[in-house]
Design a protein around this ligand. Structure first.
Ligand SMILES: C[S@@+](CC[C@H](N)C(=O)[O-])C[C@H]1O[C@@H](n2cnc3c(N)ncnc32)[C@H](O)[C@@H]1O
Ligand SMILES: CC(C)=CCC/C(C)=C/COP(=O)(O)OP(=O)(O)O
Ligand SMILES: [Mg+2]
Length: 291
């Protein structure tokens, strides 16, 4: 008797490249915070990034109202999706024949949005088998699995052909890797004339060194936040020339101030709010041309 085996992500998980990557894979495999799942449940787009834009206080209404918490969750989610839309705005002209790469794709919310906007293929890589299965499940639910695919793969060592990708991004996933290694890999698989975009938190060299708040964020997420200077230097060294740099710090503060009032707080809100306010930490978008 033969048993048919349906290939799943977990059947083909590569060994972590380093012990640290094993730690990060475990971290995301075990992550199930309500602040992420309940926001994703609003419309089926699951994000692991933060929000930008003004809070719509009119839509929120009276905090004493029984529906207020539900509206608050919908509002936080709207701001997180607005962040992803802003990133996609900077990818340049993408056609349905193009392939995009989401490096550190999480549960795949941004990938679905990119496919819905451009009609193109979107390939995502994450260290977490749980996340890749989740993202592929959502793609199947939406019947876009031919176009949107997540896999367990180190973003520093991907299977994408040299020069085959029209645009790629990291949405809050650069703080887990060495930036020179990361940009060398994007530069390899991007077409000349292609576009790279990141939205990230970075420490501000004007402050001096990483503040205690930045250290607290690193410890909370087991990550290693880089400085703004490091981004620009590593891009320049890898044929990525910044076309647009936007300081999104003032645009993300309202999200954090609202989140701090919700029942879904995780305890990291103070560190983000204080570091954005004291200037030690910045939320930035950098869009670069592959030259
Ligand atoms: C904060 S989440 C961001 C997820 C997604 N970009 C989003 O906006 O929802 C960080 C992601 O980076 C991924 N990651 C970290 N290091 C990685 C690596 N070396 N290779 C691939 N993915 C990595 C994690 O697995 C996780 O999916
Ligand atoms: C800007 C910086 C420094 C980001 C660090 C990376 C990170 C963990 C992002 C959000 O993930 P999440 O959505 O899972 O976090 P949370 O549970 O806090 O919403
Ligand atoms: Mg979140």
């Amino acid at each position: 008797m033969t048993t048919e085996i349906t290939p799943t992500v977990s059947a083909t998980i590569p060994a972590p490249a380093t012990p640290y990557q094993g730690d990060i894979a475990r971290y995301w495999n075990n992550e199930a915070r309500p602040v992420n799942l309940r926001l994703g449940d609003v419309d089926g787009l699951y994000h692991h990034h933060y929000g930008i834009g003004a809070v719509n206080h009119e839509a929120l209404g009276d905090p004493e109202h029984s529906e207020y918490e539900k509206k608050l969750i919908a509002e936080l989610h709207r701001l997180e999706s607005a962040q992803a839309e802003f990133l996609l705005d900077h990818l340049g002209p993408i056609t349905a024949d193009d392939t995009l790469v989401d490096a550190g794709c999480g549960r795949g919310g941004s990938m679905v949005m990119a496919h819905q906007r451009f009609g193109c293929k979107v390939e995502g890589v994450t260290l977490s088998a749980t996340q890749a299965e989740f993202g592929n499940g959502r793609a199947r639910d939406l019947r876009i699995q031919d176009h949107v695919r997540s896999r367990v793969c180190n973003m520093l060592d991907t299977p994408f052909e040299k020069g085959s990708v029209a645009a790629s991004w990291n949405n809050e996933s650069t703080m887990y890797v060495d930036l020179h290694d990361l940009f060398a890999e994007h530069s390899r698989f991007l077409k000349v004339g292609g576009r790279y975009v990141t939205i990230t938190g970075c420490w501000n060299p004007r402050y001096g060194q990483p503040s205690k708040w930045v250290s607290q964020i690193n410890a909370h997420f087991e990550c290693n936040i880089h400085s703004r200077r490091e981004y620009l230097r590593a891009m320049a060294d890898n044929r990525l020339v910044p076309q647009t740099v936007v300081d999104l710090t003032p645009d993300t503060l309202p999200y954090w101030e609202l989140r701090a009032t919700s029942s879904l707080v995780t305890g990291i809100e103070e560190a983000f709010i204080e570091s954005y306010r004291d200037g030690s930490f910045q939320y930035v978008l950098i869009a670069a041309d592959r030259v």
